[in-house]
Design a protein around this ligand. Structure first.
Ligand SMILES: [Zn+2]
Length: 94
């Protein structure tokens, strides 16, 4: 299952969500909209959770592609580059 990173829309969160947090979810799961601890509205940060250094990262990408997921890594402000799976090679948040 992919890990998604969430960040609070309003920076005033609790200890769990104020710096963002990771959630293991199925691709089909509905994205969280609120912190489960304090109820602060949160949004999913696409790609940010996949920035992992070293060999584990490569294995993880292969795993992701094998299961039909598409994975992106952040390459700049609002820009993401595909590292595994099918889909557009890059995503721009602009
Ligand atoms: Zn919270």
């Amino acid at each position: 299952m992919p890990i998604y990173e969430y960040a609070p829309i309003d920076p005033l969160g609790c200890a769990l969500c104020c710096y963002g947090f990771d959630v293991l979810q199925r691709l089909a799961d509905v994205p969280l909209t609120r912190c489960s601890a304090c109820g602060t509205p949160v949004r999913r940060v696409i790609g940010a959770a996949q920035v992992i250094a070293g060999h584990a990262h490569v294995l993880r990408e292969q795993h992701v592609a094998k299961h039909g997921f598409t994975q992106y890594r952040r390459v700049g402000k609002g820009k993401y580059e595909k590292t595994a799976g099918k889909g557009p090679d890059t995503i721009s948040g602009d």
